[in-house]
Write a protein that binds this ligand. Structure first.
Ligand SMILES: Cc1ncc(COP(=O)(O)O)c(C=O)c1O
Length: 479
């Protein structure tokens, strides 16, 4: 049983968090940890709590103190962890997409309250937060009268765009409120980008694997995809992308640069800059999806590709679905040079995003509670991802591989070669569990022995579900 005991002391919690950062590679071997003073400021704990935590990590052999210098990660701590999946090797030619039947099956099952939900990337709705947002909504309904019922035409509520522009500074971007368009979630933003820059039959380069919502949007637009090899921690291969650009008329590129779904990969700042430069040389737009960018387990919010964009070619999108509320349906897009086209499309296709939702999110952001809430969910998701990884390691058969995300809340699991994840999906459903089979993450079904698991709601019953899944996987492996 790996669930944390109820009463954990502060220094133990801090030590556990640091151990996770070390395990997930945020602090690799030989790296210096933040100084005691820095760590005390970062985590909002006393110096003595940090000293106790560091000394616990020292006694566990994870770090060492070097006189006059600080604390360093001691040894390769990869031992004992499951190996990661390798960089993907998709087909080199473009493919049409036909995944809608599988995806709709997944969607229906993810709405079934009788199943243990490991499939859809549903966030763990935080009670404190939903109560607060509900109070904000009630207050808006009381005080704003008819204003809360009127359209807010594109680009959307100014107060919200101001808040988003202020936060963009943390990602390295200098966005003005007028650069931002409010959308109905991230998925509408993806759709608007494709509408603006692609025509049916065009080729779009994507990561391999790719979030199935992106694949669905591409399918609806009648686009073909070229899947590019992608590393489970470092993201899309730029060499392979450059080769693809040299040999195909690529119309656009789509990446989830931070905490990729399903891989958890994060592109380094250097890689983000190199990607923007590569696409800028060829005048190819980049659709950058950053919906989980705020859910990082390390010390720092990662930058976005958009920060390096000097030609307006990067269309940056995000939403509040993963960190506040998917049901409010509020997302946003900074469409760069495609702004007026996208604004027209938004107006034509959807008129306006829900006014009450925009007002509620704006007010929540203005209240200053968002950062505090983010700190809480980052800790919780880091812990849950780590606990779920431990469970997979314990219950799944030898030959299983697993990603090590440093943010977000999904895990990508490679099962032994002969285990078909769609077969597993069907057996798991009979056993009261739903998961996301690897088939839906590629136009060419190349991930038939992979599954994506949602760790957001990890608890005792999730752990038991992972145990049962492990038995099923072993059964399928034996044939
Ligand atoms: C990577 C990614 N992009 C976009 C979305 C959709 O976001 P929204 O619910 O805001 O439309 C999701 C939801 O799962 C996602 O995982």
């Amino acid at each position: 049983m790996t669930l944390k005991p109820q009463k954990t002391l502060r220094y133990q919690e801090l030590a556990e968090r640091c151990a996770e950062l070390i395990r997930h590679g945020t602090y690799p071997m030989g790296e210096r940890l933040p100084s005691v003073r820095q760590a005390s400021l970062q985590h909002g704990v006393s110096i003595s709590t940090v000293l106790q935590a560091y000394s616990l990590l020292e006694s566990q052999g994870l770090i060492e103190a070097r006189p006059q210098s600080g604390y360093y990660v001691r040894a390769e701590v990869d031992e004992g962890l499951l190996p990661e999946p390798e960089t993907s090797s998709p087909r080199r030619d473009p493919s049409a997409i036909s995944l809608h039947e599988l995806v709709m099956m997944l969607m229906h099952d993810s709405a079934n309250p009788n199943l243990v939900q490991l499939g859809a990337a549903l966030p763990n709705l935080d009670t404190l937060l939903t109560q607060k947002i509900n109070r904000i909504i009630a207050n808006i309904a009381r005080t704003k009268g008819q204003d809360a019922h009127q359209y807010i035409f594109p680009p959307g509520l100014e107060a919200l765009r101001v808040q988003i522009a202020r936060r963009a500074v943390n990602t390295g971007c200098n966005l003005f409120p007028s650069d931002i368009l409010i959308t109905s979630g991230g998925i509408e933003a993806i759709d608007l980008c494709l509408h603006a820059v692609c025509r049916p039959g065009d080729i779009v380069a994507i990561e391999s694997p790719s979030y199935f919502g992106t694949l669905q949007a591409l399918e609806v637009h009648g686009l073909r995809v070229l899947e590019i090899p992608t590393h489970p921690r470092e993201g899309i291969s730029l060499d392979a992308l450059e080769f693809a650009i040299d040999h195909n008329p690529i119309r656009a590129v789509i990446v989830i640069s931070n905490f990729n779904n399903p891989l958890g990969s994060v592109m380094s700042d250097e890689k983000k800059e190199a990607l923007v430069n590569l696409l800028s040389r060829h005048d190819i737009p980049l659709i950058e999806n950053d919906v989980s960018g705020e859910i990082y387990f390390g010390d720092k919010r990662p930058m976005v590709c958009k920060a390096f964009d000097t030609k307006g070619l990067v269309m940056l999108l995000s939403s509040f679905s993963k960190d506040i509320s998917p049901g409010l349906r509020v997302g946003w897009l900074a469409p760069g040079r495609y702004r007026s086209e996208v604004e027209w499309l938004k107006f034509t296709l959807n008129s306006s995003s829900p006014t009450l939702s925009q007002m509620a999110i704006a007010e929540f952001l203005e209240s200053g509670s968002y950062d505090q809430h983010l700190r809480r969910i980052r800790r919780e998701y880091a812990r849950n991802v780590s606990l779920m990884s431990d469970s997979v390691m314990r219950y799944f058969p030898e030959g299983t591989r697993l990603t090590r995300p440093s943010g977000g809340f999904v895990l990508w699991v490679q099962l032994p070669e002969n285990v078909d994840s769609l077969h597993l999906y069907k057996i798991a459903l009979q056993g009261g569990i739903t998961l996301a089979p690897g088939h839906v993450f590629s136009a060419t079904y190349q991930f038939s022995n992979f599954i994506r698991l949602n760790a957001a709601m990890f608890n005792y019953s999730t752990e038991r579900a992972i145990e049962r899944l492990g038995v099923m996987v072993k059964g399928l492996e034996r044939g």
